[in-house]
Design a protein around this ligand. Structure first.
Ligand SMILES: Cc1ncc(COP(=O)(O)O)c(C=O)c1O
Length: 386
């Protein structure tokens, strides 16, 4: 008995767990970069600032936690009514019928199904910098590729350049708004005009994973265009402001014909887990929790902005829970490596944007670690350049 206890504890330790997961050899595209010894069974271990995946560590909300515990007791049963009610709630908020809502395991589910469905028919047109994980799934399984259009000089999405590239071979235009990794939001009026015109020619996907974190979520969403019958799909998630990334609930809003096409590649409600749906139901209208989470993000962004200013650096104007920091002459991957040595996990280089570094707004104490260690790491790295 004693031995068994020891074995069990070893299995539960972060190191052993990492070893076990490495054996599973999950494809790189789906891994969420888990450095050795820093991640325990369900998340970062004590003393590690996990600022690399845009999670909201203040979630799940107390109401969601309670609902999930309750739902887990009934985990013997497949999901049925709870998902139906969630679809109804989402539809009601946007004054649509429930057949305009498709749920999946994270928004990655619906995003992947859409990419699979449409990259059978043609190319995906997208900016150079966008959250491309699911688009890649589409093209990996089909003959068409992603056509990437350079971002503008301020790393914004160049809508005019994208529109010029539209041709009969394009089946999907994929825009992340606000964008990841830049955090930038497209001005609503410009974007609305773009979506209106482009959706006459092909499907427009707007990934709004961070919409609730923008200053005016209702003004920046493209969901009203769906109500107007446009060929647009909007993806949303409970992984970001709702703080339930590990509970895997997301959804797509689009007209029923388009969702029917998308739904062919997924399992619908059958692919959902009862606890995740329960948490989503309990927190969807929890304005108090959402406001609290947003206030923490704003507080963290201020901390990072002033630390950057003190170090002579800047970041792009973010409307999200992450910031894209311009490191000047320094290399973002080297910065990431050095920060990791201080137990701070951030992102390295995106594509060839060598001096751009993405950091998520996590718990305030984690952001404090980032802010405290940044000058020392910058200093050490600068010396290697002089
Ligand atoms: C823009 C964007 N869309 C979608 C996702 C996927 O999130 P999930 O599958 O957890 O909903 C992410 C994750 O970071 C993201 O940044």
């Amino acid at each position: 008995m004693k031995n068994l206890g020891i074995k069990r504890r070893t299995f539960l330790s972060g190191t052993a767990l990492f070893g076990a997961s490495a054996l599973l050899k999950s494809p790189k595209a789906f891994s969420t970069s888990l450095p050795k010894k820093m991640v325990g069974l369900y998340g970062p271990i004590q003393g590690v600032a996990k600022l690399n995946a845009n999670e909201n560590p203040y979630g799940p909300s107390p109401a969601a936690l309670k609902a999930m515990a309750e739902a887990s007791k009934r985990g013997a049963y497949y999901v049925r009514n709870s998902a139906k009610i969630l679809r109804e709630m989402i539809a009601e908020r946007h004054e649509l019928s429930p057949d305009h809502v498709l749920l999946s395991s994270g928004s990655s589910g619906v995003l992947t199904y859409l990419a699979l469905a449409l990259s059978k028919k043609g190319k995906i047109l997208a900016p150079d910098l966008f959250w491309d994980t699911t688009a890649k799934m589409g093209v990996r399984n089909n003959k068409y590729g992603i056509k990437r259009i350079p971002n503008d000089v301020k790393l914004g999405i160049d809508l005019s350049a994208m529109e010029l590239e539209l041709d009969d071979e394009v089946s999907l235009v994929h825009i992340t708004n606000p964008n990841n990794p830049t955090g930038k939001l497209i001005p609503a009026k410009d974007f609305e005009r773009f979506c209106n015109r482009v959706s006459d020619k092909c499907v427009v996907l707007v990934d709004e994973a961070y919409n609730e974190l923008t200053d005016s979520p209702d003004k920046t969403t493209m969901i009203p265009l769906i109500k107007a019958g446009k060929n647009i799909a909007v993806a949303r998630t409970f992984s970001k402001i709702y703080g339930m990334a590990g509970m895997r609930i997301g959804y797509m809003i689009a007209k029923p014909e388009l969702l029917e096409l998308v739904g062919q590649f997924g399992l619908g409600d059958y692919g959902l887990n009862q606890a995740g749906v329960a948490g989503a139901l309990a927190s969807y209208n929890d304005d108090r929790f959402l406001a609290y989470s947003k206030s923490k993000v704003l507080e963290a962004r201020e901390m990072v902005l002033s630390a950057l200013a003190e170090n002579g650096l800047t970041a792009l104007n973010s409307q999200t829970n992450f910031m894209f920091v311009d490191l000047g002459i320094l290399n973002a991957e080297k910065f990431r490596e050095q920060m990791e040595k201080k137990n701070i996990l951030i992102r390295g280089i995106y594509r060839d944007y060598n001096n751009w570094s993405r950091v998520s707004m996590g718990r305030i104490e984690d952001v404090q670690m980032y802010v405290d260690e940044m000058p020392k790491v910058l200093d050490a790295l600068s010396k290697t350049y002089s």
